[in-house]
Design a binder for this molecule. Structure first.
Ligand code: FEO
Length: 179
């Protein structure tokens, strides 16, 4: 049987470094959400309603990722840091279909790398609970990266072909509707 003194030693509080990394991740997911919202508007303004829908859906997914992390901290009785700004104020990307998708892939790689940092820190600190929680993000990131890679491959094949871009726009718009 446990003595009262021994019970007192057990703390459910997460490690400070892990909390900081999760808060940084919240910022990154929020940032990704706004970035994809920006791209959604750019594609809409340039007549690609299907790709615009695709990026709107991406934006919503990123917001869900952010909320997942917020809820995790709240469940641990830790106050999450809600981002009160994003970097988009000074963002101006010239409209280019290929480079928008390539930048999106770079963005996903950045997110994957920070998720890996959290998992490594969890291993170092022996925080199995957070490590398990983060596994969902590890799998999600692999899917996201593969999705963008595959679209980039298609865009490279399509080149300047109007009918190819028409099909891609239609396809990405309908994938979003099916999901
Ligand atoms: Fe939630 Fe696509 O990173």
């Amino acid at each position: 049987m446990y003595k009262r003194k021994e019970l007192k030693k057990i703390s459910n509080t997460l490690d400070k470094e892990i909390i900081n990394l999760i808060n940084e991740q919240i910022w990154l997911e929020n940032n990704a959400s706004f970035y994809y919202l920006y791209l959604s508007t750019q594609f809409s303004m340039n007549g690609y309603s299907g790709i615009s829908k695709f990026f709107l859906e991406q934006s919503n997914e990123e917001r869900e990722h952010m909320l997942k992390l917020v809820e995790y901290l709240l469940d641990e009785d830790i106050t999450p840091q809600i981002p009160n700004y994003n970097y988009l104020e000074d963002l101006e990307e010239k409209f280019n279909i290929l480079s928008h998708f390539e930048n999106s892939l770079m963005n996903e790689k950045r997110v994957s790398s920070s998720i890996n940092d959290i998992v490594s820190k969890c291993k170092e600190k022996g925080d199995i609970k957070t490590e398990n929680f983060m596994q969902w993000f590890v799998i999600e990131q692999r899917e996201e990266e593969n999705k963008f890679k595959s679209i980039i491959d298609d865009i490279k094949i399509i080149g300047d072909s109007g009918s190819g871009l028409y099909e891609l726009n239609k396809q990405l718009g309908s994938v979003t509707e099916e999901e």
